[in-house]
Design a protein around this ligand. Structure first.
Ligand SMILES: [Zn+2]
Length: 312
């Protein structure tokens, strides 16, 4: 349903009505502003934070925004986004992704077909090419600017780059043994539908691995509404429990869940911390490229389709 130009919705996991009061809001909630005025906030141009208020579902416990952008508004916002200028150095990103890969490796056979949604230049995928035995890759990456970098990551592997984020119809049913989404799930308006569709593409005993934010993390509790994952790009944010509920409703059994480690250079962390405190500085003293590994409010979940999958 569209109200005041925005999508108005029930809980995306269980369909219950939103409760009366929000749990987390920005000082000026996004739902009180018009679409045009939200564009610069989406792009992170202002130091003050504006996001749609998050409510906690009284039935399943999911933290989500009953009011959010419509599909066409989202398409417009993602299409106009400037490139991220505040990038974490490559070797820190690679170490973080390697940690995710090691968790996958410990839980799933690395063979058969591989699906990844949003691989970007292939920081996760490169580990699969190097240390896995997958025979075919389907990579769903809408950003055409990264195509040549992603292609060179894949080397001699057999791969398909598909520019439609969720064109799963291009994958034969039952063809993939592993599907991966790193920081994709908290962006989706209908996560249950996506996981159900993906289930049809998985071979028996196949696995889905998701990396998402964890709204029950210590960091989120410590900094409250200023936690960076509360933002215009996340219509819902999970915790360990609600992630399990999501998989359950979509017809999966969770086989592994863990908090993950992110690697950051100290200078980058300091800058982020100052930003979170409302001090928008553009440079901080450099501590070289010294990186630290921190459990910063992210989690990883691996799930497999239920044996007797329900008909839905
Ligand atoms: Zn719910």
């Amino acid at each position: 349903m569209i109200q005041n130009g925005y999508l108005s919705r029930h809980c995306p996991i269980c369909g219950s009505k939103p409760p009366a009061k929000p749990e987390i809001s920005s000082e000026v909630p996004a739902e009180t502003k018009d679409f045009e005025s939200l564009v610069p906030y989406w792009n992170g141009l202002f130091k003050d934070k504006v996001f749609f208020s998050y409510y906690r579902c009284e039935t399943c416990g999911l933290l989500y925004t009953p009011t959010f952008f419509t599909g066409p508004q989202l398409a417009q916002l993602y299409a106009q986004m400037p490139p991220n200028m505040d990038v974490v150095p490559l070797d820190s990103l690679e170490r973080t992704q390697r940690g995710y890969f090691d968790m996958l490796k410990s839980a799933a056979p690395l063979q058969g077909g591989f699906i990844e949604v949003g691989p970007d230049v292939g920081l996760f995928t490169r580990n699969c090419v190097k240390d896995g035995r997958f025979d075919q890759y389907w990579l769903f990456e809408p950003n055409r600017d990264v195509e040549s970098a992603l292609s060179s990551t894949m080397g001699a592997a057999k791969f398909h780059i598909i520019h439609d984020m969720f064109g799963f119809s291009q994958v034969p049913d039952g063809a993939a043994s592993v599907a991966v989404m790193v920081h994709v799930m908290d962006h989706l308006l209908d996560p249950v539908a996506t996981l159900r569709e993906l289930r049809g593409k998985l071979a028996p005993g196949g696995n889905v691995m998701l990396v998402t934010h964890d709204e029950s993390s210590l960091l989120r509790r410590a900094i409250g509404w200023k936690w960076p994952a509360f933002c215009l790009q996340h219509p819902e944010i999970y915790n360990l429990k609600t992630m399990r509920k999501l998989f359950e409703i979509a017809g999966y059994d969770v086989v592994k869940q863990a908090k993950t480690v992110n690697y950051f250079p100290i200078a980058f962390l300091l800058k982020q911390l100052l930003w979170a405190l409302g001090l928008k500085v553009n440079s901080v003293p450099s501590f070289g490229q010294v990186a630290v590994g921190l459990k910063l409010g992210n989690m990883l979940t691996i799930a497999t389709p239920k044996r007797a999958a329900s008909n839905d």
